[in-house]
Write a protein that binds this ligand. Structure first.
Ligand SMILES: Cc1cc2nc3c(=O)[nH]c(=O)nc-3n(C[C@H](O)[C@H](O)[C@H](O)COP(=O)(O)OP(=O)(O)OC[C@H]3O[C@@H](n4cnc5c(N)ncnc54)[C@H](O)[C@@H]3O)c2cc1C
Length: 274
């Protein structure tokens, strides 16, 4: 599905042309790139900040993910014996969500952000073991949740496929394309976004760095790599990075009677090894 159908977007920000200077260049206009730009701007409001985006904002995973914004650790990470570390991570996630929600409200970003919680559901023995492991973590961490049997789950999400589930309230759901586009449209003055400007090379230039794109180059004292695993192509430690591709499918919105039947409230569910 084309990005225009997922989020209203102003015309593309201009690509980088010719030579320019900045104090900091951020490579990648995803959540990390925008968060880095805002934090930098708050710390050093006079600095010239440039963000380079290879494509259009939202075309990649920032706009095409499943929209679960968890405030607590993921199931696979959630080992009860590492509770102290988990609690620190959970506190950071909550803080991030509070900042994001504040921004969404301040700029009126229409992205269906809602603290709907999340369902995890399983059918197979492996899936049920994973659910049990997650439940052990939730219990040990004193986090609230509801364990649901197949019928209770079916009442909430309209399918009898799963036999067990857990509902956790500590999660927001969002329409990710609308969120990332809203973040791009609400960048503070002093932050300059260039779309269609993939960084192809970063080389030292005296005491600075020179970042090259197909049509331009920018020299800056600092460069922040915010392009996820693609930073490997720009020289970030290749022994620690590999790109993993995952895919999500979306459908047309459900017809209203069907939506009322299975989705009178907003919910999201991730299967645990089904
Ligand atoms: C199908 C799918 C479903 C997912 N579901 C969820 C979910 O429900 N909840 C969740 O929390 N996470 C989910 N994720 C993961 C989530 O999308 C990522 O963790 C998140 O987008 C990472 O943000 P980021 O800003 O660090 O990097 P990215 O989102 O990868 O953004 C990096 C940006 O850098 C740009 N870029 C790349 N190379 C260059 C270059 N050379 N020059 C300039 N720009 C460049 C890219 O175009 C991109 O815009 C999902 C991912 C996928 C693929």
């Amino acid at each position: 599905m084309r990005l225009e159908r997922l989020a209203n977007r102003a015309p593309a920000a201009p690509a980088l042309h010719g030579h320019s200077e900045a104090d900091v260049v951020i490579i990648g206009a995803g959540y990390t790139g925008f968060a880095a730009a805002s934090a930098w701007q708050q710390a050093r409001p006079e600095d010239r900040i440039k963000i380079l985006e290879a494509d259009r904002v939202g075309e990649g995973s920032p706009g095409r993910n499943s929209g679960f914004m968890l405030e607590i650790a993921l199931a696979n990470d959630a080992r009860p014996e590492e509770l102290e570390r988990m609690e620190k991570l959970n506190a950071l996630s909550r803080q991030t969500m509070a900042l994001l929600r504040e921004r969404v409200e301040r700029f009126g970003i229409d992205c269906q952000l809602e603290r709907s919680g999340t369902y995890r559901a399983a059918r197979s023995a492996i899936g049920q073991r994973a659910l049990n492991q997650y439940e052990a973590f939730l219990k040990a961490a004193g986090l609230s949740y509801q364990r649901l049997n197949g019928s209770q789950l079916a009442e909430r999400i309209g399918t009898r496929y799963y036999t067990q589930g857990i509902y956790s309230p500590d999660c927001y759901l969002v329409q990710p394309a609308a969120l990332i586009v809203g973040l791009a449209d609400s960048l503070e003055a002093g932050i300059e976004l260039h779309e269609h400007s993939p960084a192809t090379q970063i080389v030292p230039d005296g005491k600075k760095w020179r970042v090259t794109t197909p049509e331009g180059e920018v020299t800056a004292g600092q460069v922040i790599l915010a392009n996820n695993a693609f930073s490997r192509a720009l020289g970030a430690d290749p022994s620690r990075l590999t790109a993993i591709y995952t895919y999500a499918a979306i459908t047309e919105p459900l017809p209203e009677p069907e939506r009322q039947r299975i989705a009178a409230t907003t919910w999201g569910c991730s299967p645990h090894t089904a």
